[in-house]
Write a protein that binds this ligand. Structure first.
Ligand SMILES: NC(=O)c1ccc[n+]([C@@H]2O[C@H](COP(=O)([O-])OP(=O)(O)OC[C@H]3O[C@@H](n4cnc5c(N)ncnc54)[C@H](O)[C@@H]3O)[C@@H](O)[C@H]2O)c1
Length: 318
């Protein structure tokens, strides 16, 4: 299939492009290299892709491009381009979240109305649940986002649903739960922790360490995306999580074991927008997509640790 991946130079997008190429698809990856984190990290993620014969990269902003022209001949779209990050979404930077999470999604959906790709998969987020009363979180649970980021991801997801209802667009939304692995964004906890451990610095933990998260290895996320292309039901929303939750404090002990280095913890105030717990009910993704997370946390973290040692071995400022 001819596939478009938006956010292709990002953490998850670059892994997804690789997985699609391995399945024999023709992939156009698009990214505008927003300055949320350093460009060299995105270029490093793209490097193994650009030499592949069935891969084309476009350095372009979804908000500026003629999207009808972009979608010409495209059979499937994975829409991952976004402004990520819960903690940074307050205050003046909210504008960036509106533009890169809501407006670009609406523009893409408008273009898809006439170009009619066979499938459009939207990268939604567990942050839409926020303070939902349910644990595990089910797709039918109330959505109560706790951060401006969560509000924008939910708005875009709801746009996808209503373009399905009104125009019959074949959109599937996947709610990713805290994704980790090689290439993880530098603002995310495991990346920060591992980098600090490598440098012998204190590991800064926001909150008391008792918060729990459902962590999902990036290969499990890409597997769910590939399945959504084939068997995702149009107009539906699916949780994609690791299927169990870990206390942050316990993960730090696990990291001590994996890295074989001491972890000096420094506790700081809980950050606004951070929810106390996340846990996905992955039953629906299991039934419809055949989804089952395969990578245990210890193995996934060991792979991220190898990557961290590799990229910061030369010590560049993130
Ligand atoms: N990483 C996670 O734990 C997680 C969890 C839930 C949902 N998600 C969602 O998954 C997607 C990918 O997340 P990620 O962690 O890989 O983030 P990322 O920041 O690494 O990747 C996003 C990419 O989108 C690009 N981008 C942003 N706005 C753009 C625009 N207007 N035009 C073109 N490109 C643009 C950025 O340059 C970036 O490379 C996002 O939609 C995010 O909301 C991620």
């Amino acid at each position: 299939m001819r596939v478009l991946v938006t956010g292709a130079a990002g953490f998850i997008g670059s892994h997804l492009c690789r997985a699609l190429l391995e399945q024999g698809h023709e992939v156009t990856g698009l990214d505008s290299f927003t300055d949320f984190y350093p460009r060299w990290m995105k270029e490093a993620a793209l490097e193994p892709l650009v030499s592949r014969p069935r891969f084309v990269f476009r350095d372009a902003d979804l908000n500026l491009l003629d999207l009808e022209a972009l979608l010409e001949g495209v059979e499937a779209v994975f829409h991952l381009a976004a402004q990520a990050g819960v903690r940074q979404s307050w205050g003046r930077s909210f504008e960036t979240y509106i533009v890169n999470n809501i407006r670009n999604t609406q523009r893409l959906l408008e273009a898809a109305k006439s170009r009619r790709p066979a499938k459009l998969v939207y990268a939604s987020s567990s942050s839409v649940y926020g303070l939902t009363p349910d644990l595990p979180m089910r797709e039918a649970s109330p959505v109560v986002p706790l951060s401006p980021y969560g509000v924008t991801k939910l708005a875009a997801e709801q746009l996808c649903t209503l373009y399905h209802k009104n125009y019959g667009l074949p959109v599937v939304s996947l709610r990713f739960f805290t994704v980790y692995g090689p290439g993880q964004r530098p603002d995310m906890a495991f990346h920060r922790f591992l980098r600090s451990i490598l440098r012998g610095e204190e590991v800064v933990v926001f909150g008391d360490g008792r918060q729990t998260r459902d962590f999902t290895f990036v290969d499990d996320i890409t597997a769910a995306c590939l399945s959504a292309l084939v068997s995702g039901r149009d107009g539906e929303v699916y949780n994609v999580g690791g299927g169990h939750r870990e206390k942050l404090a316990d993960v730090l002990s696990l990291l001590e074991d994996i890295c074989r280095l001491p972890v000096r913890r420094r506790m700081e105030d809980k950050q606004k927008g951070d929810v106390p717990d996340t846990l996905a009910d992955i039953g629906k993704a299991g039934r419809d997509l055949g989804y089952a997370p395969r990578t245990p946390l210890r193995e996934g973290l060991a792979r991220e640790w190898d990557w961290i040692r590799n990229i910061y071995g030369k010590e560049r400022t993130p």
